[in-house]
Design a protein around this ligand. Structure first.
Ligand code: GUN
Ligand code: ZN
Length: 433
């Protein structure tokens, strides 16, 4: 993690609060700024005019480009990078026809390493420096992922999927086996360097009662770990949950009853919820994760952001590759805007960029480490260029000096082409051009 001092010059943009609450005060914007990084952390920041004179270190000149905290993706499946763009199905058939067969291949550790290496480099090319990642059921696949992340020194959160029913036999573990494997992985990887663990019961349909109980036991035993699962994504899935758990009032009740709701628990999708479910998520401090490109691609439904927010539910934003169709959090924010349009709701550019950075960090209770450009924060940084493509440069000729319009162009038209550089703990991992 040790790295020499280096400075980045450009337009510094980050958030000190939620703009939906604090308005313009939430934003910190320095037109000609300097960010100094050393030993993996941000050690100084400010106006170039003030800092340049005393600066005795190399400068990466990103003048004119936006320098933001590295983007954060709260729900993504690393084994599904070859499932993106699988034609013609909704969730349950998509899992059976495309996803489970592909995940089976990660029984081979060499294949898993190949997938993990591709996946992490693709995230960095998209400016994503932290992600909450599902692995497959295989312990070795989770291990391969953590090894690949440790080699890049990225702050990743990941977990071995727990699934002991309703899947092909070769993709299943047992309740006890999944507990033992997760415990081993937690002890090996959670807090090792920048790696963090997420207990990962895939969803209610692929876990037995015993397995969900053991997932809760892991959360009790290891208070720093996270939990990730899927909730109320698709009509057919919800009906199957109703049949599988006849005692449950609704889908959320299943997770609540087994004790896996809570402030470190992230629930992907959370689309079709009744008022009681919204109440439970809010009261337990659980996080509902909006996965817009997946929800439109799989025809799952339209996330009701305003209803969840009004109910006091903590929110996050994610790609959900390979149900999702883009690794780019910019494109994901663009799709979120369109989903909310169909709901007659909106996503202002400042709220979107807050969500991709400090907002998602807050959902992880990690704002002291990532999600801002604060001095003392880990030096994960993305450099964005709104003029990176001919069509975007052309569009930008109509934008004079309006930061919010520029951000909106980035989220509606942008993707990895707009990522000029990505820094991981102060090291540049994606080079311009
Ligand atoms: N529900 C259970 N597993 C999955 C998955 O891999 N992707 C999505 N989108 N939903 C799921
Ligand atoms: Zn998912």
């Amino acid at each position: 993690t040790s790295s020499p001092r280096r400075a980045l010059r450009g337009r510094l943009l980050d958030f000190v609060a939620d703009p939906a609450v604090a308005g313009a005060d939430a934003l910190r914007y320095v037109r000609d700024g300097i960010l100094v990084v050393e030993d993996g952390r941000i050690t100084a920041r400010g106006e170039a005019a003030a800092l340049l004179p005393g600066l005795a270190c190399p400068i990466d000149d990103h003048t004119g480009k936006l320098i933001l905290p590295g983007l954060i993706d709260l729900h993504i499946h690393y084994p599904q990078s070859r499932v993106i763009a699988a034609f013609g199905t909704q969730l349950m058939d998509w899992l059976e026809r495309y996803t489970f067969p592909e995940e089976s291949r990660l029984a081979d550790p060499d294949h898993a390493k190949w997938q993990a290496d591709f996946f992490l480099d693709e995230l960095l090319a998209n400016g994503t420096t932290t992600a909450m990642v599902y692995s497959t059921v295989h312990t070795g696949a989770a291990e391969a992922f953590f090894e690949a992340s440790a080699a890049r020194n990225t702050r990743m959160i990941a977990g071995k999927s727990m699934m002991d029913r309703n899947a092909p036999p070769w993709l299943m573990d047992t309740a006890q086996g999944s507990y033992d494997a997760a415990k081993y992985l937690i002890q090996r990887w959670h807090g090792s360097g920048r790696q963090l663990y997420a207990v990962t019961p895939r969803f209610a349909l692929t876990s037995s009662d015993a397995q969900l109980e053991l997932a809760a036991a892991l959360m009790q035993e290891f208070p720093g770990v996270y939990l990730q699962t899927h909730l109320s994504e698709n009509d057919k899935e919800i009906e199957l949950v109703r049949q599988t758990y006849p005692w449950a009032r609704h889908y959320t009740h299943v997770y609540e009853r087994f004790g896996i709701t809570g402030p470190r628990s992230l629930f992907g999708h959370s689309i079709h919820l009744d008022d009681d479910e919204v109440r439970i998520l809010a009261e337990t401090g659980s996080i509902a994760v909006f996965c817009p490109t997946s929800n439109t691609f799989l025809g799952s439904g339209l996330f009701d952001r305003d209803r969840l927010a009004a109910g006091g539910v903590r929110l996050g934003l994610a790609t959900d590759v390979g149900g999702g169709t883009s690794y780019s959090m910019l494109a994901t924010a663009g799709e979120a805007y369109k989903v909310l349009q169909l709901r007659r709701q909106t996503l202002r550019p400042l709220d979107a960029f807050h969500m991709m950075t400090r907002g998602n960090a807050a959902a992880l209770s990690l704002t002291d480490k990532i999600g801002t450009l604060d001095v003392g924060s880990e030096a994960d940084v993305v450099v964005l260029d709104a003029r990176a493509t001919p069509a975007m440069a052309h569009r930008m000729t109509a934008v004079e000096d309006d930061l919010e319009q520029e951000l909106f162009v980035l989220m509606i038209m942008g993707d990895d082409r707009n990522v000029a550089a990505t820094y991981v703990a102060g090291h540049q991992r994606k080079r311009p051009g």
